[in-house]
Design a protein. Structure first.
Length: 188
């Protein structure tokens, strides 16, 4: 009975509690650093290149994320601008900063607040899947709002850079081994 492994992917059983255990992620810190640096590089064009162009009766205006926020504020849509600012600028930047904090503290074998760092890791991982929402909104608007000469929306290069940045941060969070947060604490 004790030798039978539970269903699922794992590398064995804990000798103490018989819970499934998994091997460490090989080169976790190095792979995560590479992906975080790449996402930080993609963050620049994601916020400086036009994310979409809105054509209205033949004339088009291209907006970056930040210029779109300013436009919404000037049109009296401050609550919508705030939502877009948080979802499209602050959340991706916070994910990158959170990953950098996790990587620095794990690399230095810090024993500072492992519970809070675990919560930070879980937040970064949870926000990853929701960050693609912006990309889907631009893609759906580009597909649905196409009324020929009257109005159309064309996704820009900034949308592609934003998608790349989001995907890289998701991969970075997945590559990070959260057990590194607790290593020094467990050795004490």
């Amino acid at each position: 009975m004790l030798n039978k492994l539970p269903e699922g992917k794992h590398d064995g059983l804990c000798t103490r509690c018989l819970a499934p255990v998994h091997f460490r992620k090989h080169n976790s810190i190095e792979r995560s650093w590479a992906l975080v640096i790449a996402s930080l590089i993609a963050f620049i064009p994601a916020n400086t290149l036009p994310i979409m162009t809105v054509n209205y009766f033949g004339s088009g205006t291209s907006d970056t994320i930040l210029s779109g926020i300013v436009t919404l504020i000037n049109l009296g849509m401050a609550p919508v601008a705030l939502i877009i600012f948080i979802a499209s600028f602050l959340v991706p930047l916070s994910k990158i900063i959170g990953l950098i904090i996790l990587l620095i503290t794990a690399n230095r074998h810090s024993n500072i607040q492992p519970v809070q760092r675990t919560v930070l890791y879980r937040m970064v991982e949870f926000l990853g899947k929701w960050s693609m929402l912006d990309v889907f909104v631009v893609a759906i608007m580009g597909a649905v709002v196409n009324l020929g000469y009257i109005t159309s929306i064309v996704p820009g290069k900034g949308a592609a850079a934003f998608a790349i940045m989001v995907i890289l941060t998701m991969f970075a969070a997945h590559a990070f081994d959260p057990r590194l947060i607790w290593d020094l604490k467990n050795n004490e």
